[in-house]
Design a protein. Structure first.
Length: 304
């Protein structure tokens, strides 16, 4: 059996979300002494330097550390750096725009202790309105890419029925709140830094599965996630990063006819989205223009 996990390292990667990091840290405070928990905050070269003032407040805190990178290396690279500075047996990657609303640590510890085949756990997540957030799914594949062309595709998403407090095996869980055994994280060499933003968690889970480990979703509302606060301030970047990462995932994990089909469907989706957002211009001009610009660039870059 794996070594018994007894300590946690929470890794938070920040980019211009100082207020959210502050709220996140406040939600964690009460657990720092109750369990063996440390917090590692990594700033990805934010232009908002208020994060330095927040770091000064925690300067003498024995369980909270801040690190400042000289450039924005992306979500996965920031988390890899944070993991390299951690000492816990279990890594907990947590978005800065997320807060703990229940105690996750005892449940997670128990899962890892009793199920040595499980390497990654995603806790239940709710949004700011208290609604369950879609935080797990199937790996991208030919069917999943085809469904992306359907506006109401959410009705086709895999639904799992799990009793509250229990868990079920899934392909991937969101990186907004992700627990992973540190020894497994090291074995699969952490997040793939070729991804700047989005789909790096699906890639991580896929490589963990290939190494013989399972990923599970814990049906318990432990985390409140405000949701993509940083990226969606700029719809151009949000669109560009999310679709480029999907293409990268396809290139890394598929070959032959599957790869050709999925890339062709992705190109078709670019065209479809330009048509949709052109129609939407009278309702939301700035967002529509940002989207059209991004998809235009994606078409120019191609899917090869």
């Amino acid at each position: 059996m794996d070594n018994v996990q007894s300590s946690f390292s929470i890794v938070i990667v920040n980019f211009n979300l100082t207020n959210e990091v502050n709220d996140c840290l406040k939600s964690i405070q009460k657990y720092l002494n109750k369990y063996s928990v440390e917090v590692v905050v990594v700033d990805n070269n934010s232009s908002d330097r208020d994060i330095e003032k927040l770091a000064a407040i925690y300067e003498e805190h024995p369980k909270v550390s801040f690190y400042f990178l000289k450039d924005n290396r992306g979500f996965g690279a920031g988390n890899n750096f944070g993991a390299s500075k951690s000492s816990g047996d279990i890594l907990f990657f947590l978005n800065p725009d997320a807060m703990l609303i229940e105690d996750p640590f005892e449940k997670i510890r128990k899962i890892f202790l009793e199920h040595e085949e499980i390497a990654i756990v995603g806790p239940g997540i709710i949004d700011k309105n208290g609604e369950s957030e879609y935080s797990y799914g199937n790996f991208p594949g030919p069917l999943e890419e085809t469904l992306e062309l359907i506006p109401s595709k959410s009705i086709f998403r895999k639904k799992i029925r799990v009793q509250p407090g229990s868990f079920s095996e899934v392909d991937w869980i969101t990186g907004a709140a992700l627990f992973i055994r540190k020894n497994v994280f090291r074995k699969i060499k952490g997040f793939d830094e070729d991804y700047f933003l989005y789909n790096e968690e699906a890639d991580l889970c896929k490589r963990a599965m290939a190494a013989g480990h399972k990923t599970v979703f814990l049906n318990s509302g432990l985390v409140c996630h405000l949701g993509s606060v940083s990226s969606k301030k700029n719809y151009y970047n949000f669109t560009l990063f999310s679709y480029e990462s999907r293409l990268l995932f396809i290139k890394k994990h598929y070959c032959g006819i599957k790869s050709v089909y999925m890339r062709a469907v992705l190109l078709l989706e670019y065209i479809q989205q330009i048509c949709i957002w052109t129609i939407m211009i009278p309702l939301n001009k700035q967002k529509s223009v940002d989207k059209i610009r991004a998809f235009g660039l994606l078409i120019k870059r191609g899917v090869l």
